[in-house]
Every structure is written in structure tokens, then in C-alpha cells.
Design a protein around this ligand. Structure first.
Ligand code: HAM
Length: 419
């Protein structure tokens, strides 16, 4: 026997867990569709360059890169946004804008696995390509919030704007490469590192601004002399739209995000009870990434949920949205002679309900144990004596009651109880 285990940082998802994941994914996808988004799928692997160009050092460090048999540098996708921009350049240019797309697929990052952090993890997210205005930024945040509300989760949204920090750094004549480094250090919360590369107190004051709407007044007076009011005004407008639709948030001008392509509004959503990996959603505006791959300037904004963390927070918060998976019917032929009739009954039921026909030739007692394990609502016992009278026995697995019904009436019986 060769004992082979799954690679570190990957997981198996048994049927019960997959039922829950699919259920939650459907809720999220329904919200996306409700706002007009349509699903896409991107390749599992891409040319590594797609991500090294502009996703940033943090992603690059964690990429799964390998050479294929022709010596190309290939990478398992660490995120979807760069792929979607590439897809725009190759496939979507001709589409009418706005282009609203969503995805749900696994990503791969070679990180140190821990609770809530995996090497293979799922993201479900949206990208809104085309519009440049503050309503779009607000709508994207609103969509994330609506998903969490539907899932019954408690969360906190933090909104910032990288344009403010970038504008300020431009005014301070800090080169773009250095700006990227500073933003990456801010994202990691690496103050010591930051102190080595930047001295200006105004930067430290800016990234320390957090709280309610008053923060914007503080930012106004802090940045007065630097003339960066455009980005601040944009953030104000975004918040205005969010107020209008009743989305609660906290402002945090220290949000930097781990990815380099953001140009404007950035946001993150955290939940309680998840420990260190409590950020379940991240996103923002990236107005120059599409141009990098397509040559045409097209603004865009989007976000991704860390889907595994969403699932974990549903469990941690005890949000009761996921119903128990139930099987409608188990069909139990009591002997070999009635198998054909049992198959016939099963195939009729399967036109409308889920039915599991015993394939193991089990005795009734064992089959009832199985039916109870898969949480069947009814067991239809098909026996020769009943069949001679044109009947079967139906057992209600919740009450334990049994009754005989006409074979012809099985459909009506199930309609009454399961529809
Ligand atoms: P990100 O912040 O790198 O953004 O990832 C989004 C979310 O994925 C995180 O908030 C987190 O919940 C989850 N996540 C990240 N790494 C892991 C991991 N190793 N294990 C489990 N979950 C993880 C992006 O990827 C951007 N593409 C989001 C975006 C879309 N921005 C604009 N559009």
C-alpha cells in the first residue's frame, strides 16, 4: 500500500461540506445576478508574466510557478483580476459596457497554511468594467454587503482610497516604484520597514486616519497644502451613495491592499470570530490594469470574497442560513423478485423528486439505518405481498409512521408532502 496524502494547504470536501458550500455559493451568485452580473471562467494556469507585471511583490512571492515542457513560465492563478483584464483584451473588447462579470473558482498561493489560509482556496468575486464614477464604486461595495446580509453574517466594512495616498506621494515627489514599496509596507503594517524608506510625518498621519465621516474633515485639513482634494472628493461621493442605500462602513485611510494595481477606492470586510485571518473580502478600483494588457484605457472596479473564510464565518457565528441536506425518498425492495417493480417506481419518482434505490441488497433494518444517515424523508418499502394488492408501504422517517398506499398514488402522496 502506498500512503499518499493530499499536499499541504489543500483540502478534500466531503459531500456534506460540498452541499453547504454549493448552497452558500448559490446565494452569493443570486445576489451577483440580481445586479446584472454574468458568470465567467478563466484558465487555472496562466503565463506567469500576467501576475508579475502589476499584481505586486506580495503576490509574486507566493505564486506557484513552474516551467512547462516547452520551457514557458506558467503560474497557477493566485487571483482572478489580472486574468479578467487579460480576458477583456482577448475576448470582451467588443462587448457593450458596462461589462459585469463574476467568477467562483480556486486560487493558488504558496503561503504558510493556517486556519483560514490555504494554498488552494476559493474566491468568488465580481469585476465591473467600464464605468469610472463613484456610483459604481458604491454599488460594488453594496453588492458585497448584500451578500453578507443574505448570509446572516455580522461584518465590518472599511473603506479607503489609495488615490489620496498616491496623489500625496506624487506631490512629495516620491517615485512610482517607491510608492509601490511604501504601499506594500503599509499593507503589511510594517512600520519599522516604512520608517526606513519614508520620513514625511504627513504620510504617517494620513494612514492613521480611521473612523466615521469626521475623518474626512481631518484629512481635508491635513492635506490642505498638498492639493489632493480630487480623490478625497471622490471618496466623499462614494460614501454619499452608500448612505443612500443604507450601507454601514468605517473609513480607514490606511488601507493599502496587498495588490499593486489599485488606483482609487479600496475596501476590506472583516468578521469577528475568525482569528487572525478575519478578512473575508477585499477589493477596489484599478483603472490602469486593463490598459496594460489591451492598450486601451478602461476603468474597472471589483472585489473578491475569500469563499473559505465566508464558510468559516458562517460556522463561527452560527449563522443559520444553511438548511440540512435531505433526501426525498429511499426505495427498499425487500427481495430479488420485486427489483424490477422497485426500479420502475424509482424511475417514475425521479422525474420529480430525488430517489435513492437500494443497490446493496440490504435487509430492511440496515437500509433504514442508511436512510436515516442520508436524512431521507420517506422510505418506500416494495414487498411482494403489498404488490399483490397493488400497494407499497411508505415509512415517514421523521415520525416513524408507516402506511400502505396504492402504487398508482405514490406520485400524489409525495406531491402532498414534499412539494
Ligand atoms: P485579495 O485581498 O488578495 O484580493 O484576496 C481576496 C480575499 O481572498 C481575501 O480577502 C481573503 O479573504 C481571501 N484569501 C486570500 N488569500 C487566501 C488564502 N491563502 N487562503 C484563504 N483565503 C484567502 C484579490 O485577490 C483581488 N483580486 C480582489 C479584487 C477583485 N480586487 C478587485 N477585484
Amino acid at each position: 500500500m502506498m500512503k499518499i496524502k493530499k499536499p499541504r494547504g489543500t483540502r478534500d470536501f466531503p459531500p456534506e461540506e460540498m452541499w453547504e458550500r454549493d448552497y452558500v455559493e448559490n446565494i452569493i451568485e443570486d445576489v451577483f445576478q440580481n445586479y446584472g452580473y454574468r458568470k465567467v471562467l478563466i484558465p487555472t494556469f496562466e503565463h506567469a508574466e500576467l501576475f508579475t507585471l502589476k499584481s505586486g511583490e506580495e503576490i509574486e512571492r507566493h505564486m506557484y510557478v513552474f516551467k512547462d515542457k516547452s520551457g514557458r513560465d506558467i503560474c497557477l492563478r493566485p487571483e482572478a483580476t489580472a486574468s479578467i483584464c487579460r480576458m477583456f483584451a482577448e475576448e470582451l473588447r467588443g462587448m457593450k459596457k458596462p461589462i459585469k462579470i463574476y467568477y467562483c473558482c480556486p486560487m493558488f498561493r504558496y503561503e504558510r497554511p493556517q486556519r483560514g489560509r490555504y494554498r488552494e482556496f476559493w474566491q468568488t468575486g465580481i469585476e465591473l468594467i467600464g464605468p469610472e464614477n463613484s456610483e459604481s464604486d458604491a454599488e460594488v461595495i453594496e453588492i458585497a454587503v448584500r451578500c453578507l446580509e443574505k448570509l446572516g453574517l455580522r461584518y465590518e466594512v472599511e473603506i479607503g482610497h489609495l488615490g489620496i495616498l498616491r496623489d500625496l506621494m506624487c506631490k512629495l515627489r516620491i517615485e512610482e516604484d517607491m510608492q509601490d514599496e511604501i504601499i506594500s509596507l503599509v499593507d503589511k503594517g510594517d512600520l519599522d520597514g516604512l520608517k526606513k524608506v519614508v520620513k514625511e510625518p504627513v504620510i504617517y498621519k494620513l494612514i492613521g486616519l480611521k473612523g466615521d465621516r469626521n475623518v474626512l474633515e481631518e484629512a481635508d485639513s491635513l492635506l490642505k497644502e498638498f492639493d489632493v482634494s480630487r480623490s478625497l472628493e471622490e471618496l466623499r461621493e462614494i460614501l454619499h451613495w452608500l448612505d443612500l442605500v443604507g450601507v454601514n462602513y468605517r473609513i480607514n485611510l490606511g488601507i493599502a491592499r496587498g495588490l499593486e494595481y489599485y488606483t482609487g477606492m479600496v475596501f476590506e470586510i472583516r468578521v469577528k470570530n475568525l482569528g487572525a485571518q478575519n478578512q473575508i473580502c477585499g477589493g477596489g478600483r484599478y483603472d490602469s490594469l486593463i490598459e496594460l494588457f489591451s492598450g486601451i484605457s478602461v476603468p474597472a472596479v471589483g472585489f473578491s470574497f475569500g469563499f473559505d473564510r465566508v464558510m468559516e464565518s458562517i460556522h463561527a457565528q452560527g449563522a443559520g442560513v444553511i438548511p440540512e441536506r435531505r433526501m426525498d425518498v429511499v426505495i427498499a425492495p425487500t427481495s430479488a423478485d420485486v427489483k424490477e417493480e422497485a426500479v420502475r417506481i424509482a424511475s417514475e419518482i425521479r422525474g420529480k423528486y430525488d430517489a435513492d434505490l437500494d443497490l446493496m441488497g440490504r435487509r430492511l433494518g440496515k437500509l433504514l439505518e442508511y436512510a436515516s444517515e442520508i436524512k431521507a424523508r420517506f422510505v418506500i418499502i416494495v414487498g411482494q405481498r403489498d404488490l399483490d394488492e397493488g400497494k407499497v408501504t411508505v415509512r415517514d422517517m421523521d415520525t416513524g409512521e408507516q402506511e400502505k398506499i396504492d402504487v398508482k398514488e405514490i406520485g400524489d402522496f409525495l406531491d402532498e408532502r414534499l412539494a
